[in-house]
Ligand binder design. Structure first.
Ligand SMILES: Cc1ncc(COP(=O)(O)O)c(C=O)c1O
Length: 349
């Protein structure tokens, strides 16, 4: 069994966290937090924005726990999953000493956040199917690796990473295994949720920015061992989730049918886009997608990308990432948007 305490930076383990006013009292004659007792300049809201939000995130954690049928002690809410990536590195990685492992090509923020924190990243190549070569990984010098980032479904390749490889890795490594599941709703919402109880070093990251359509609200959450959740709570800024976001997220958790309806539409459009892209002669490869975007390969990605921009069609050029020469990434749009994209792409190819 892994000893999580031993993985934590000593200063974080010792930390006496700040006690915010609202972590002690949310009700009563509140004269404790130097808020504005006369109200807010925005008069017509019933959110009491003059008051700080709940630092314990209790309603959000309860509601997400109910939704996913997991214990609220295993849930931590962040300002998007990006915030949680940063907090995890701060908890586990000693700058200049510990390392983070990433599997490329993947989401760029893991390395950027490590670079900001002064934590070295060790990069491993995904194989030809964009899967992890677990045996090759495990023969490396893994002593200094404290945290591993696995993105599944992976951005920008759009494929899921084999569950058995993830579990195997988590059992072999004496470190934290973060599975970034930003796109999991497009694959299988329950993926790995049940493993949290058996593997205390696995941390799942989820977001409301994709399937829930709330990128503007900045909300993500982690599912992890309650010890890790406590550490995250200790080091976050006291009031990280604001009341407007809390309100929107709680409301959206009552609209699960709407989310599921949209998911069905996105998957239909994903199939449509994949088929159309595969029917175009100038396209060399269209990768199967388990997410809400599609990666495809052309002969001259820079030129095609620029020509599309000139027509007002904005997609992502990923051709500079490891092993992605010639690759462009398009997000699944509405049917009209996808038709327009395909029409213009045919024209520029
Ligand atoms: C793999 C991955 N993780 C995390 C994020 C960031 O999510 P959030 O909006 O929750 O910060 C993104 C955004 O594109 C992403 O692609």
């Amino acid at each position: 069994m892994i000893d999580l305490e031993k993985l934590v930076r000593p200063n974080i383990l010792k930390l006496k966290p700040y006690t915010s006013a609202r972590s002690q009292h949310l009700n009563g004659l509140l004269l404790d937090a130097n808020e504005n007792a006369f109200g807010s300049v925005i008069e017509d809201d019933n959110l009491e924005l003059n008051r700080y939000p709940d630092p314990t995130q209790i309603k959000l954690r309860q509601s997400i726990g109910d939704y996913l049928n997991i214990n609220q002690d295993s849930i931590f809410c962040g300002v998007g999953s990006d915030e949680i990536i940063e907090l995890l590195i701060r908890i586990f990685c000693e700058p200049g000493k510990d390392k983070a492992a990433i599997f490329e090509p993947t989401y760029g923020m893991y390395k950027v956040v490590c670079d900001i924190q002064g934590v070295d990243t060790k990069s491993f190549e995904l194989d030809n199917n964009f899967q992890i070569n677990v045996d090759q990984f495990l023969i490396q010098e893994l002593e200094s690796i404290k945290i591993i980032f696995i993105c599944s479904p992976n951005n920008p390749t759009a494929n899921f990473i084999n569950k058995k490889d993830i579990i195997h890795l988590s059992e072999k490594i004496n470190g934290i295994v973060v599975i970034d599941q930003a796109y999991i709703d497009f694959f299988d919402e329950r993926e790995l949720l049940d493993e949290i109880n058996n593997h205390s070093n696995i941390v799942l990251l989820r977001t409301f920015s994709k399937a829930w359509g709330l990128a503007g609200a900045r909300f993500g959450f982690a599912v992890a061992d309650s010890f890790i959740v406590k550490l995250l709570m200790n080091i976050k800024s006291p009031y990280n989730i604001n009341k407007l976001t809390e309100n929107i997220v709680l409301r959206s958790l009552k609209k699960i049918d709407r989310k599921n309806d949209i998911l069905v539409k996105i998957k239909i459009e994903r199939d449509y886009l994949t088929e159309e892209l595969r029917s175009i002669n100038g396209i060399k490869n269209v990768y199967t997608s388990d997410a809400n975007f599609i990666l495809f390969k052309v002969d001259n990605a820079d030129k095609i990308h620029e020509k599309l921009i000139n027509k007002g069609i904005i997609i992502r050029n990923r051709s500079n990432q490891l092993n992605l020469e010639g690759c462009l990434r398009v997000t699944v749009g509405t049917h009209e948007q996808n038709q327009k994209f395909i029409k213009e792409l045919r024209a520029v190819l």
